[in-house]
Design a protein around this ligand. Structure first.
Ligand SMILES: Cc1cc2nc3c(=O)[nH]c(=O)nc-3n(C[C@H](O)[C@H](O)[C@H](O)COP(=O)(O)OP(=O)(O)OC[C@H]3O[C@@H](n4cnc5c(N)ncnc54)[C@H](O)[C@@H]3O)c2cc1C
Length: 421
């Protein structure tokens, strides 16, 4: 217990200058209550506890600490920020494996090597996305990642204000045993950030819409095989496959580079480690669970790893690969333009799966994609297992929920995992 509690405390300490006080408050609180709320030992555990602990304990946390906790810690480690005060633990929650975290901190990153860099885009596209392999051999990060976790990249040099560049997180696209079977080579799916930022005051000004090239994504995509890069991690411990994958069925929903973790997870579920690798002996063979991947992208050319997923779907009858194209004419009547519309339009097909106590939903990609998913689930009367709805909007029909209400008042349960950025 003490070790696990320490992890929670480490999470708290990391971004918070008032760490000693926070630590004492957590220690006092856990002495005063039964600690099963910490059973996952992730930062959400702590936030759940804020709802359950006495008012005295909550008062011990200064309001700005809690804001810090949410804004910094959640966005840093999960790429999203939650106000989890109303989150509860449900009986069919998956048992997650113990994930290693923060073995290398962004403040002291280690040198890894670019092992490969290949375009993921087929034909002409407005986006530039690369599948990048990173060799961690000889670093403390070797063999530490689970599929679904992310790692940090620290660009050398300083930003426009003269400060060292902040770390950027990237989901690993490789399975837990890496691209090589030994966990030495991880990979990611990196999209170059290229944006035109209009002048808010006068969008018509010809000199008021500079082109912004994201610092890290472009730097990373520019690197050649053999170049050294500074990395940290692992990050995130909730967006991972359950410890016993065959106990669950899966709906994976991705937009854009949100496909990265699903490449790793589905590799792990269906293909498994290569013969001769350390984890091969423990692998129980292809998972027989129902696995659905719903991949959304604006154009067909932006479907990442498309042929790999198609080949897998042909080889494994329990795996179905659904593609949803938002900016091309609808190919099949009834299919909407986004991933949740697709599921919505095919509710007869998905309902038994969503109704099942075995099913887990994983969604990864554009920030905001969860709004459509949450609403579609709730409107269909399927939210019960996947969502916790704050009492403030419990009496409002889900079809009337505003985006703001969903963002602030609807939380995923542990059966619905989100990684949005
Ligand atoms: C958990 C997690 C996993 C992730 N996984 C992936 C992944 O697998 N693949 C992937 O591609 N990305 C991923 N990301 C996103 C990634 O971390 C970066 O945010 C992304 O690559 C952009 O970083 P950048 O340095 O290129 O852009 P930045 O330089 O950080 O710019 C980001 C944005 O800031 C704004 N901005 C920057 N400069 C200016 C300026 N001068 N004026 C006005 N606005 C400006 C723009 O809106 C710009 O798009 C993930 C993020 C998280 C949190």
């Amino acid at each position: 217990m003490a070790i696990l509690l320490d992890r929670v405390v480490r999470f708290i300490e990391y971004p918070n200058p008032d760490a000693r006080r926070a630590r004492e408050a957590v220690m006092a609180a856990t002495r005063a209550t039964s600690c099963n709320i910490f059973r996952r030992f992730d930062p959400r555990g702590l936030t759940i506890s804020l709802a359950h602990f006495s008012a005295d304990f909550r008062a011990d946390f200064p309001a700005d600490f809690r804001a810090d906790f949410r804004a910094d810690l959640f966005s840093q480690f999960f790429g999203t920020s939650y106000d989890c005060d109303s989150m509860t633990v449900h009986p069919n929650d998956p048992l997650l494996p113990e994930a290693k975290m923060h073995i290398v901190l962004p403040g002291a990153p280690v040198l890894a090597r670019i092992a490969s860099s290949d375009s993921c885009i087929r034909g002409k596209s407005a986006s530039f996305v690369r599948h990048i392999g990173i060799d961690l051999a000889g670093t403390p990060l070797e063999g530490t990642f689970l599929a679904g976790q992310s790692f940090g990249v620290v660009v050398p040099g300083v930003d426009s204000k003269g400060r060292p560049h902040k770390v950027r997180l990237y989901s690993i696209a490789s399975p837990s045993y890496g691209e090589d079977g030994f966990g030495r080579v991880i990979s990611t799916t990196c999209k170059r950030t290229i944006e035109e930022i209009p002048d808010e005051n006068d969008p018509t000004r010809s000199d008021g819409h500079p082109l912004i090239l994201g610092v890290c994504s472009n730097w990373l995509c520019d690197q050649s095989v053999g170049n050294k890069i500074l990395v940290s991690g692992p990050n995130g411990k909730r967006f991972v496959l359950p410890a016993n994958p065959s106990e669950h069925d899966y709906i994976f929903m991705a937009t854009g580079t949100g496909i990265a973790p699903f490449r790793g997870m589905i590799h792990e579920l269906l293909i498994g480690p290569p013969a001769g690798s350390p984890s091969h002996a423990q692998w129980k063979g292809p998972c027989q669970s129902k696995i659905h991947l719903v991949m959304g992208s604006p154009y067909r050319t932006d479907l990442l790893y498309d042929s790999w997923f198609r080949d897998l779907a042909s080889a494994h009858p329990n795996f179905t690969y659904h593609t949803v194209i938002s900016r091309e004419p609808l190919s099949q009547p009834g299919h909407g333009p986004h991933t949740h519309h697709y599921v919505d339009a095919r509710l007869d097909f998905f309902r038994p799966l969503l109704d099942s106590k075995r099913t887990l939903i994983y969604a990864c990609g554009l920030a905001g994609m969860q709004v459509g998913i949450f609403k579609a689930l709730a409107v269909a009367g399927l939210g019960g297992q996947y969502l916790t709805v704050h009492e403030e909007i419990a009496a409002v029909a889900p079809s009337e929920w505003t985006t703001e209400q969903i963002k602030r008042r609807v939380r995923p349960t542990h059966r619905c995992m989100l990684e949005v950025y």
